[in-house]
Design a protein around this ligand. Structure first.
Ligand code: S3P
Length: 170
């Protein structure tokens, strides 16, 4: 089966929805950020603070290249995966790409008590979220499908994903 690839901003529910989808379709769940952390043996926030964002983006590109060659995966990506066009080409090879869209307000609410996102370790995260989201909007829009998640529960998001990506590629 084609991979189901979830893209979208921080707090859009990619990881939780991706896990549910994997279970329902008997796919293997993979989380690109998690794999990077396991390989580097340090958290993403520490990769950013010690080596910088560009270094992280390279690790991300390497991991995306590797995972994109696999099949039967439900893949949760990091919110910035769309920044490198090569990532999108790779992810599309064996995958249906689904954008979990989220409003800035909901993204803020869902990421507020979570310290794991280095890009939001700033004085005014609201402003950063708005800026990043508006910059990335057209990049996320390259997805095959878009789901507006702001007013959906995570189970509803997962069932929308299943409707879109749950068809077998004969
Ligand atoms: C990032 C999102 C994070 C993680 C890193 C950078 C981004 O993933 O990859 O902190 O640029 O939006 P999540 O979207 O899973 O939080």
């Amino acid at each position: 089966m084609n991979n189901i690839v979830l893209i979208g901003f921080m707090g859009s529910g990619k990881t939780v929805a991706g896990k549910i989808v994997a279970e329902k379709l008997a796919l293997r769940f993979v989380d690109i950020d998690k794999l990077i952390e396991e390989k580097q043996k340090i958290p993403i926030s520490e990769i950013f603070s010690t080596f910088g964002e560009d270094y992280f983006r390279n690790l991300e590109k390497e991991m995306v290249t590797r995972i994109s060659n696999e099949k039967n995966r439900s893949i949760a990506t990091g919110g910035g995966v769309v920044l490198n066009p090569e990532n999108m080409v790779n992810l599309r090879k064996n995958g249906t790409i689904i954008w979990l869209a989220v409003s800035p307000e909901v993204a803020r609410k869902r990421t507020k008590s979570d310290e794991s996102r280095p890009l939001l370790h700033v004085t005014y995260p609201e402003k950063t979220i708005e800026e990043l989201l508006s910059f990335r909007e057209s990049l996320y829009a390259q997805a095959d499908f878009k789901i507006e998640t702001s007013n959906l529960s995570i189970d509803e998001v997962a069932s929308e994903v299943l409707k879109l990506g749950g068809t077998r590629n004969e």
